[in-house]
Design a binder for this molecule. Sequence first.
Ligand code: ADQ
Length: 453
Amino acid sequence: MVSNRVAIPKGGRLPAGGLAIGVLAALKQYGGLWFGWSGEVTKVRRIKPVKVTQGNITYVTIDLQQQEHDQYYNGFCNRVLWPLFHYLPQFMDFQRDQWRAYQTVNQLFAHKLIPLLKPDDLIWVHDYHLMLLAQELHTAGVTNPMGFFLHIPFPAYGLLRSMPRHTRVLRGLCHYDLVGFQTGDDLLAFRNCVTNDLGATLIDDHQLEVAGRKSRAGVFPISIDMSTIKNAARKSLHTHTRERLIKSLARRPLIIGVDRLDYSKGLNNRLQAYELFLEKYSENRGKAVFLQIAPQSREQVRAYGEIQRELEEAAGRMNGRFAEFDWMPIRYLNQSFGRTTLIGFLRISQVGLVTPLRDGMNLVAKEYVAAQNPAAPGVLILSSLAGAARELDAALLVNPFDVDGVAEALQTALNMPLAERKERHTAMMDVIRRHDIRAWRENFVQQLQDTRK
Ligand code: ADQ
């Protein structure tokens, strides 16, 4: 496995990020090597990568230098690719130096990875940071099968064209033997882009050819490890944090949101919707409690600092406006929690509020469903613009830009009869059980192996 950042678990704690959680769950199954950035930014890079083995996984990491970190990671990755691929071009800020750094770091990864490769290795690369890696490895003569999985959405051609160097990125992607997406929409957009931009020939629904090189492209919706969530939910029943939260609620219904603090997660619109909900359905004042957990991420990118300030203001204003001496409408936390605690919080919430403006998949939506007590499940309110909505269509689907619609959905969710809650929950559990993290990994690896033929 290769990804920008390698997340070595420390004391049972994982970083708050879907990629790390998905990759780790998949690696644990059969073991393997995970290569990428250590998270350290140094003046002078250590010559030898650092190697750590835990159980059946070996983690090999390299450091980035300050300029690479600024221009590749904070620059081209998070100021260009991330906003554009999430259909939010207003946050895009392209600079040529950043593109050059993106190329250089992809080369660096190739260069450091090559000595670690064995002839029969399958190479599975993750996410938008490393779209040129296969090309670099090919240039260096590596012939192992190479697969790529995009964790975020793939934009429509009309939008992708607004990104300078998009043709180079598309060409880079076509060097992979297999390119995987979260949903059919992403795959369709990709096929459309490569035919329009590179003149690719579509051989069939899954194969394409560019400049004499054949690749496969398919849909592999990422999922969760159901047994891990179920165990965490069971363990959480005996935790002190759960008791404290229940006590603090004093039988009031809990609405929960759990997201990395990111403008793509629609937190501003979500807070507005909750405020409107309290305004319109005043019987919920003094009752409903909204717990929004949003650990900070990418603090060095300006847009993230701005959204953080906006959210603090919105939460403060709402509490100032509606709070009573013994009730606060919103509890807004920038903290990360251990898995058991977090899953325990999801389990006791009557409503899971997941309303990104765009999301590749959104694992929190699936975790919320899996964490519920089947005898009295809560209701998932889910953005129709999250990849997860393609599978979890038994959730209450909302458009996150329609603030009135989200406020209405909150009212519907809190008043939904038990029979309907159970019916929706069962339907969603059936999907998650059939397509869990194991299915994601096995389908991808099987298809990557098939490309050897
Ligand atoms: P993310 O954008 O990080 O992932 P998501 O899929 O929701 O989004 O995953 C977040 C993960 O971090 C979840 O497992 C969640 O439980 C955990 N988490 C969030 N906040 C936490 C907190 N405060 N404490 C502890 N854990 C926390 C990217 C894409 C998604 C895609 C995933 C996987 O943006 O669309 O679903 O990769 O492909």
